[in-house]
Every structure is written in structure tokens, then in C-alpha cells.
Design a protein around this ligand. Structure first.
Ligand SMILES: [Zn+2]
Length: 385
């Protein structure tokens, strides 16, 4: 596989392109972020935006909150640096890890925030996971749509017209968003890649007959007229202040006591990354089977762009951590009711050329320290998944 000559991203990364020097679109975006953007001016814009909404409604803004490092940092920044009063909302995808729940509680207490959480029925979520896994090799449709459509629905319902997300898409991807613009988080973006190209209306037709469209209410984007009537502004904090995940992980640890954790398939030094979800390891394993790289590639590439790692040490970490079979796969299979052969077959049917996965090369990884606590949180016992 061809890889970026600067970072380590391979050609199987979604929507990546390479310039004449073999440098990828993401690296070139980060150059724009560092060299071209006037961050003082962006900060001015941010302050003006806040003044436009401050004190006008029950809350100044909404913060969609997974409790991961980006949304926790965003919340910390809005409350302590900009003195806003946000409503914190959270789509519960169903797989929050124990320490996440503690981190969340501590964060909400320290920042004195009101909090609303919403969650879809497991019976429906299970169907959604299986169908999106089969169709797209990605079981997280319910999470992507629940977070984005659900947050917008909350903004409409509660009449709070300002939403702050964390890092803009130009930071990690090349889906057509650039640091040169202030990216709007809207229905266009939702349909471009958030929902994997499947709307709730499409999805209901793919599911068993007993599922009705109203069962997918939480995953449907609100009507454009409703959004326009309220004049909703939905933006990323990272369009206004420079984003650096490693630094942010440090800030929330120091300021909020937010604890880092280990995650399957990545080195311990990245203890802020995707620590909230039990099945990050499965998600990354799927990506590896499809595209030949996992989360370590993504993380070391960020560090290369920030000048914190050289390519050689980065490639060593990739070799060591990417692509192992996560121990949580057993629980995932039990929960969804498919076996490992079916899982592999589905995953490999989504392979992105030129990567070709070899299913016989299966390196088992150790379970995470808290995995024994997950069954209880998931509400399952040994007999019934
Ligand atoms: Zn690159």
C-alpha cells in the first residue's frame, strides 16, 4: 500500500489524495491550519458569535457530549474560558465504559452543568448495528445518527439555536471540508458521510418488517424549515481555536481530573483517545480488515504532523499495535448473535483495494482491565445475550 510521504496514512483511507510530493490531503490541511489561518481573527469571530446568543435563551448553547476528550475539552473551554451556560446533551450509544461514567459525573459536577441523556431501545439498536455492519462494514450507524440527528432534534425541541461541536473534519479527514472555511454541522454533512449514506427512511426498508419508521425517530434529521425558523448555528469550536488532541487530553486531566485509560489496539501513551466506548477496539479491527490500518496509524500520524514523532518510530508502533484481534470481539459477537466467521466474511466483503486481508494472520490481544465489568453494565448474564 502506498502511504503518505509525511504522515503514515495509506491510500485506503477514505477520500484521501496525494499531491505531487506524495503528501496526503490531511497533512496539507494541517499546513493550512498552521500557516494560513489567522487564529486571532478566528477568536474574535468566536467571541462575537457568543455575544450574539449569550443570555437570550434558557441556555446559551448546546454541547453534544460523548464525554470523550474532544467534547469534554469543548465543554471545559465554553464554561471556563467563554463563561457560557451550556445545556450538555448526550446520545447514549449503549457501550459506555465504567470510567467514562465516572469522568462524566466529575466533569458535570466541576463545571456545574445541566445534563440530558437519550438512548434508543436495545432491540432496535441491535437491528441497526447488524444491518449497518452488513451494508457498510460499520456497526456504528445508530451512534453516528443518534449523535448528529439527535443533537439537532434537541436544539429544535428545546429552542436553543447555538450548538458547539469539537474538532472540525479538516483535522482528521479529507471529506471536502477545509480549515479555510467555518464548517457548518448540518444536514448536508450528515448525508455526506455521517449517516454512511443511509437515512432512517432507507434503513427502515432494510430492517425486519416489525420495525416501523417511528421506531427510528431518534435517528431522523429535523426538518430544514424547523432549523431555519430557529436560525440554528451549528459549528465546531476547533474552527475558532487551534485543535491539538494531545494537549487537550492534558488540559482536561489537569483541570477536571479526567482520567485517561487504555484502549484496545493503541499504545498507552494515547490514553485520552476514544476511552469512552467498549467497542472502539472492534471498530478499529473492522477498519483494519477493510483498509489495512487501525487507530495507531491515525494517532502517530497526528504526532508526526505536530513534530512529536518521526516516521520511523511511528511505523514501529503501527507494526506493534494495529490489526490485533481485540479480546472484546467475543462479547461483541455474543451481543449481536453472529459468529466470528460471519463477522470476518462481512468485514472482508468491504475490503478497500489494494489492501487484501489475510484472515489466517490473527494475533490475539489481551482484554482491557475493565472488560470483566462490561457484562453487568450491558445488562447481560452468561446465559442470555
Ligand atoms: Zn499525510
Amino acid at each position: 500500500m502506498k502511504r503518505c510521504s509525511n504522515c503514515c496514512l495509506p491510500e485506503t483511507q477514505d477520500s484521501i489524495r496525494f499531491d505531487e510530493n506524495g503528501v496526503c490531503t490531511v497533512c496539507n490541511q494541517i499546513k493550512v491550519k498552521k500557516e494560513k489561518i489567522d487564529w486571532d481573527q478566528r477568536k474574535e469571530w468566536l467571541l462575537k458569535l457568543c455575544e450574539r446568543f449569550r443570555g437570550k435563551h434558557g441556555y446559551d448553547c448546546i454541547v453534544p457530549f460523548s464525554g470523550g476528550k474532544d467534547s469534554t475539552y469543548t465543554l471545559w473551554y465554553l464554561v471556563t474560558q467563554l463563561k457560557l451556560k451550556p445545556l450538555v446533551i448526550s446520545f447514549d450509544h449503549g457501550f459506555y465504559r465504567p470510567q467514562h461514567l465516572e469522568n462524566r459525573e466529575r466533569t458535570l459536577k466541576k463545571l456545574h452543568c445541566d445534563f440530558v441523556s437519550f438512548k434508543a431501545s436495545w432491540k432496535i439498536v441491535r437491528e441497526l448495528m447488524l444491518e449497518s455492519l452488513r451494508r457498510k462494514g460499520d456497526f456504528c450507524w445508530h451512534c453516528h445518527c443518534g449523535v448528529y440527528a439527535g443533537s439537532m432534534r434537541m436544539a429544535v425541541e428545546k429552542k436553543i439555536p447555538l450548538i458547539f461541536w469539537g474538532q472540525p473534519d479538516a483535522e482528521y479527514g479529507s471529506y471536502g471540508y477545509s480549515y479555510e472555511e467555518i464548517q457548518e454541522v448540518n444536514e448536508r454533512q450528515f448525508n455526506r458521510f455521517v449517516n454512511l449514506g443511509i437515512t432512517a427512511e432507507d434503513m427502515v426498508g432494510m430492517l425486519p418488517e416489525w420495525v416501523e419508521l417511528r421506531d427510528l425517530e431518534m435517528f431522523r434529521y429535523p426538518k430544514l424549515e424547523e432549523i431555519q425558523k430557529l436560525g440554528i448555528v451549528s459549528v465546531h469550536l476547533g474552527s475558532f481555536i487551534p485543535w491539538d488532541p494531545r494537549k487537550m487530553g492534558g488540559v482536561i486531566r489537569d483541570e477536571l481530573g479526567w482520567k485517561w485509560n487504555t484502549v484496545e489496539g493503541i499504545p498507552e501513551e494515547y490514553g485520552w483517545e476514544k476511552v469512552e466506548c467498549m467497542f472502539t477496539g472492534i471498530r478499529d479491527y473492522l477498519k483494519y480488515i477493510k483498509r489495512g490500518f487501525g487507530r495507531t496509524t491515525h494517532l502517530v500520524s497526528i504526532d508526526i504532523r505536530e513534530g512529536r514523532k518521526n516516521r520511523e518510530e511511528a511505523m514501529e508502533l503501527i507494526d506493534e499495535f494495529d490489526g490485533k484481534r481485540p479480546a472484546s470481539l467475543d462479547l461483541f459477537l455474543e451481543l449481536t448473535g453472529i459468529n466470528e466467521n460471519e463477522f470476518m466474511e462481512i468485514a472482508m466483503s468491504h475490503e478497500v483495494v489494494p489492501y487484501k486481508h489475510d484472515p489466517t494472520k490473527k494475533l490475539p490481544a489481551e482484554p482491557l482491565g475493565d472488560q470483566h465489568l462490561w457484562r453487568n453494565l450491558l445488562g447481560i448474564d452468561r446465559q442470555s445475550a
